[in-house]
Design a protein around this ligand. Sequence first.
Ligand code: SF4
Length: 89
Amino acid sequence: MQVSRRKLMARLPRFALAIAGADLLAERSARADALVSKDSVSYQTTPSNGQQCSGCTHFVPGAAGGPGTCKVVAGSISPTGYCLAFTAS
Ligand code: SF4
């Protein structure tokens, strides 16, 4: 099958976007795989001895004080939660 140079040039941007999209998906997947489960670090939704996720260096706050995420633990994380990986910020 022969493709003219003009057709090839017209398809190039879509091809580049497809490659960029595939790279982005692979990167996201790798990051998700790197996170540990809540069970593995005994995550709980309540503080422990005054320590809670909002005071942890790994916590990424959500919008308006709602649930956020964690750089270590997978899933939605409560600002008042706690786990064994707690590290004071
Ligand atoms: S590491 Fe544990 S304590 Fe720290 S933000 Fe993540 S879930 Fe909360």
